[in-house]
Design a protein around this ligand. Structure first.
Ligand code: HEC
Length: 131
């Protein structure tokens, strides 16, 4: 196990306390690829990777930290497919899964910025962030 903090630093993302993910060089390049995809898709405007991130003006974060997402859906294999669809199509403000924990009411659809395969890859990566 090794820390990815230097990598995040390189990418200019503040990630204090980021979980140690990755076991080898291959995993590290996947982390970089996924972080780049999250950045280029605009996800990081609303989500932090590590838990504890604050939103603008110290408010609750707009969307849940991805580490929290991984904790919430741990042990639920069906989550990958469901969350991939949520990422692509957006979430319903009437069925919030994070009510009271985030300041955003719902996630807008992201299908204009990433395709299904990319969403699937990114969600798969997110779901292992709390391992
Ligand atoms: C404009 C802000 C915004 C953007 C951009 C955004 N999200 Fe979200 N996201 C949210 C909010 C708000 C929620 C909480 C929804 C809820 O309460 O059910 C959320 C929830 C999620 C969840 C958990 C869904 C659930 O049902 O528990 C995942 C996974 C996720 N986002 C991934 C992504 C990915 C990947 C991207 C980029 C492609 C992204 N988000 C872009 C605001 C955003």
């Amino acid at each position: 196990m090794k820390s990815l903090v230097p990598l995040y630093g390189l990418l200019g993302i503040a990630l204090a306390g980021v979980p140690m993910v990755g076991v080898g060089a291959e995993q590290t390049s996947n982390d970089v690829e996924m972080i780049n995809l999250a950045q280029s898709s605009g996800c990081v405007t609303c989500h932090s990777i590590a838990a504890g991130g604050k939103g603008p003006n110290g408010l609750k974060p707009i969307g849940p930290a991805w580490q929290k997402v991984a904790e919430k859906y741990r042990g639920r294999p069906e989550a990958k497919q469901e969350l991939t669809q949520t990422v692509l199509k957006g979430s319903s403000p009437y069925q919030s899964h994070w009510k009271g924990e985030v300041s955003g009411v719902a996630m807008p659809p992201n299908s204009a910025v990433l395709n299904e395969e990319q969403a699937d890859q990114l969600v798969g990566w997110i779901l292992h962030l709390a391992d």
